[in-house]
Design a protein around this ligand. Structure first.
Ligand SMILES: Nc1nc2c(c(=O)[nH]1)N[C@H]1C(S)=C(S)[C@@H](COP(=O)(O)OP(=O)(O)OC[C@H]3O[C@@H](n4cnc5c(=O)[nH]c(N)nc54)[C@H](O)[C@@H]3O)O[C@H]1N2
Ligand SMILES: Nc1nc2c(c(=O)[nH]1)N[C@H]1C(S)=C(S)[C@@H](COP(=O)(O)OP(=O)(O)OC[C@H]3O[C@@H](n4cnc5c(=O)[nH]c(N)nc54)[C@H](O)[C@@H]3O)O[C@H]1N2
Ligand code: SF4
Ligand SMILES: [Mo]
Length: 736
């Protein structure tokens, strides 16, 4: 599995693109003897300004890591994985899928597209085309265990065609439970972008129970109890209405429901918010006034509140805040990014009515869940595998994800993964899930395939994310895979499967076109004469605003000369944004009906999720230089809580929820509220594997339960704000 050492030779520097996370930073790579040695940012890049992170700078070492799979693997009867030629693995998987389809129908084959399925658009598009070819509706992604509230709230609220302002256009920003300083979800190079924006007068409101790296920069930081975001946001809306700070003409002309909204937020007085969420009332009023004083602004939420229960409502109230203040782009405003590789809808100053958020498409057999605007609920996929009867899922294709560590309810997930007739992973290492897989397809890595900036541009569809410029970059293939290896660009697996099953892939273009139009414009790949990977990029980006051939002349990032101004509302246009969507108003009513101040007799702490700066989910934990700041995932706790429990910094503790107990290594974190354990996900191992917490960390997914406290539509259970107890190892609760 070890790469041959490269021959020495002259070191050449080439431009490329880091593909380890969605930020897709442009980089200079030193290449010697056909091997990428090291990389750094491109200093004069007009958008990223030379930014890279430690993870990205470690990327060259992934290519030659001793952990890397240089051949696809098949698991043998003795449980050991051994190399198998790609052709043979694909043929065998195709055969087994075909027989499952024949015997059990299309629903028996499901796919899960994880982080590295999405980070590579060609993988995602060919995976979806494959599922269409076999007519299986069972497409699951990490979106429904991430921030499903984003798509749900857009559907319930309706969309504003002109879109949100870019950071450069904003005077105010309100962020609930996101930390772009570590996660890079937000504008690119967020550290620099926010520094410059704050210097020119941006006012930043951050709502986070932790004084995060982002919260430290805030004009106003509210540090409420976790899970109380709907209360805080409703309280802010109430202040805005009471003080008459809303944008009356916008509400009258382009929305419906303002009076119902005003009534729905009325119970959330500053006194009530203070009592319930523990936010000082004066700070709440200040936050509301700061936000409402802006002319253009953004309000968004992140993973924290999406995983803490009521994520749909938190995301919805964020959009409603933008609408109530009229913070969207308006007629005559400049569109910051008119599009380079992606076709965007017309940007007119008009609303598209709400659309169904749930209640359509495939129905699942458990918890009354079904398809949603965010996709099928991944939190229910383990049940779909475990539950006997017609329609049971028997095969799972895991594409660049790691279900065993990432899905909620690890105990159930593991039972499900082990029950599958066929589990296939595309993964460059023997990840926790790959170790359970019958086949593991070994993919090429970043610099071994051509890529481009389309993914980061697409992320601009979400409020507050993506490029604020018509920016584009093409990265040609830079190096060959290690000598003697057989790795493939991920999409070729789906092409091979389809071919082996006598079907053809129809690849849809990447764009925001209507799905029916996309289907019409799909390109059928010839089973016997597939395109090259570069050819497939041409296919998915055909008809882009800037022709791909032009972008390809820019192997370092480039800002294209494209301008667009938000157009006037079409004569007679009737679309309106809904600021009092019935299910959301009902949920807000349920919130205000809850009793306040009742202590949880059983659990004294709440475990909240967070990201660590140097690692990305479960990926590449084996690279030593990514584990110098934190060896694994510390259990961060407030020093006074540690003192009270008699726990020393660095000690091992047991963390118990109603579902399970895990171990953690505590680390003092004065930036936390008291009563919290802040811990990153995607660590630990499966049952029966080495569970040394000092080496592998603790698996927070084992603490959550998919049957308890879940969203009735997206199925996402509590993956943050999980009630837990903390106990030093070796001492009982009574002793502490
Ligand atoms: N370095 C690094 N970057 C990553 C990742 C990684 O693992 N490492 N993962 C990537 C992925 S998959 C994603 S989805 C994005 C996520 O990106 P973000 O959503 O920005 O994720 P976090 O950085 O974890 O920030 C979440 C914040 O929510 C807070 N929080 C927790 N619970 C609550 C709550 O109930 N209410 C409020 N208001 N706040 C709460 C936490 O304290 C934390 O500061 O990051 C991506 N980028
Ligand atoms: N408790 C709790 N649970 C959570 C979260 C949380 O905050 N708290 N966060 C949730 C979120 S936001 C997400 S997105 C999910 C993550 O869910 P997943 O996407 O399922 O998990 P990852 O760990 O990102 O999986 C990435 C996999 O891709 C592999 N990989 C790395 N590089 C490459 C590559 O170049 N090509 C290919 N093909 N594969 C590669 C890695 O080895 C790894 O196995 O976890 C969720 N789970
Ligand atoms: S932020 Fe993401 S894309 Fe940029 S260097 Fe780091 S890992 Fe690579
Ligand atoms: Mo995510």
């Amino acid at each position: 599995m070890c790469a041959d050492s490269a021959q020495d030779g002259p070191v050449e520097t080439a431009e490329s693109l880091c593909r380890f996370c969605h930020a897709q930073c442009p980089v200079h790579v030193d290449v010697e003897g056909g091997r990428a040695l090291r990389l750094r940012g491109i200093p004069d890049d007009p958008v990223y300004h030379g930014f890279t992170c430690k993870k990205g700078r470690a990327l060259p070492s992934f290519h030659t890591s001793p952990e890397r799979l240089l051949h696809s693997q098949a698991r043998h009867a003795d449980g050991v994985h051994r190399p198998v030629p790609f052709e043979r693995a694909t043929r065998e998987v195709a055969g087994r899928l075909e027989s499952l389809l024949e015997r059990h129908g299309a629903r028996s084959v499901a796919i899960y597209i994880g982080t590295h399925g999405y980070n590579n658009l060609l993988t995602a598009h060919s995976a979806l085309a494959f599922m269409e070819a076999i007519e299986s509706p069972m497409v699951f992604t990490s979106v429904t265990i991430d921030q499903p509230g984003k798509a749900i709230s857009s559907a319930l609220h309706g969309t504003w065609m002109a879109g949100p302002p870019s950071l450069e256009q904003c005077d105010v920003w309100l962020a609930t439970g996101t930390n772009p300083m570590h996660s890079m979800l937000g504008p690119v190079n967020p550290g620099r972008a926010f520094r410059i924006a704050l210097e020119r007068g941006l006012r930043l409101v951050v709502i986070d129970p932790r004084r995060s790296e982002f919260a430290r920069r805030a004009t106003v930081h509210l540090q409420p109890r976790p899970g109380e975001d709907p209360t805080v946001l409703a309280g802010i809306l109430r202040v805005i209405f009471r003080e008459g700070l809303e944008d009356g003409p916008f509400l009258a002309g382009d929305t419906r429901g303002a009076d119902d909204l005003r009534a729905a937020v009325d119970p959330f007085t500053p006194e009530y918010v203070e009592r319930r969420a523990d936010v000082p009332r004066a700070r709440l009023v200040e936050a509301a006034k700061v936000y409402a004083a802006g002319r253009r602004g953004v309000a968004l939420a992140g993973t924290g509140p999406n995983m803490s229960g009521r994520g749909n409502l938190t995301e919805y109230l964020s959009k409603v805040l933008m609408t109530v203040c009229g913070h969207w782009l308006r007629e005559g405003d400049a569109v910051a990014n008119p599009g380079v590789l992606i076709n965007w809808p017309d940007r007119s100053a008009q609303a598209v009515d709400p659309s169904p958020a749930w209640g359509f498409g495939e129905q699942l057999r458990v918890r009354d869940l079904g398809d949603t605007a965010a996709g099928l609920p991944t939190a229910a996929l383990a049940d779909e595998i475990l539950l006997e009867g017609d329609g049971r899922v028997r095969a799972l294709l895991n594409i660049g994800g790691n279900p065993l560590l990432a899905w909620p309810d690890q105990i159930k997930t593991e039972a499900a993964l082990r029950k599958l007739d066929l589990l296939v992973s595309i993964d460059p290492v023997l990840s926790a899930t790959a170790r359970l897989s019958h086949y593991v397809i070994a993919p090429s890595l970043s610099f071994e395939a051509p890529g481009c900036s389309a993914l980061s541009e697409l992320l601009g569809a979400f409020v507050g994310w993506g490029y604020g410029h018509p920016y584009g970059q093409w990265a040609p293939k830079l190096v060959d895979p290690p000598p003697g290896s057989e790795v493939v660009d991920d999409w070729k697996f789906f092409h091979g499967l389809a071919r082996g099953m006598g079907r053809a892939l129809r690849i849809r273009p990447v764009s925001f076109l209507d799905p029916a139009v996309q289907a019409e414009r799909a390109t059928r790949l010839d089973p016997d004469a597939p395109p090259s990977t570069e050819g497939l990029w041409e296919i998915v980006l055909r008809g882009s605003p800037v022709p791909l051939a032009d972008v390809q002349t820019h192997t370092a990032g480039h800002v294209f000369e494209r301008t667009e101004v938000v157009a006037r509302k079409t004569e007679g246009w009737g679309g309106r944004l809904d600021v009092a969507s019935a299910p959301m108003v009902k949920e807000l009513g349920e919130v205000s009906a809850e009793s306040v101040g009742v202590a949880d007799a059983e659990f004294s702490f709440r475990l909240i999720s967070r990201r660590l700066p140097d690692v990305h989910n479960s990926s590449w934990h084996g690279i030593p230089r990514l584990r110098t700041r934190h060896v694994s995932n510390p259990a961060f706790m407030h020093p006074s809580d540690l003192e009270e429990l008699g726990i020393l910094d660095g000690a091992e503790v047991e963390i118990s929820s109603a579902r399970a107990t895990i171990r953690g290594i505590v680390e003092t974190a004065p930036e936390l509220r008291r009563g919290l354990v802040s811990m990153a996900h995607c660590w630990g191992n499966g049952a029966g594997e080495d569970d040394d917490v000092h080496v592998h960390g603790g698996s927070t997914s084992r603490l959550s339960s998919t049957d308890r406290d879940y969203d009735p539509h997206t199925g996402i259970p509590r993956m943050s704000t999980i009630p837990v107890n903390v106990r030093p190892i070796g001492r009982s609760m009574e002793e502490v």
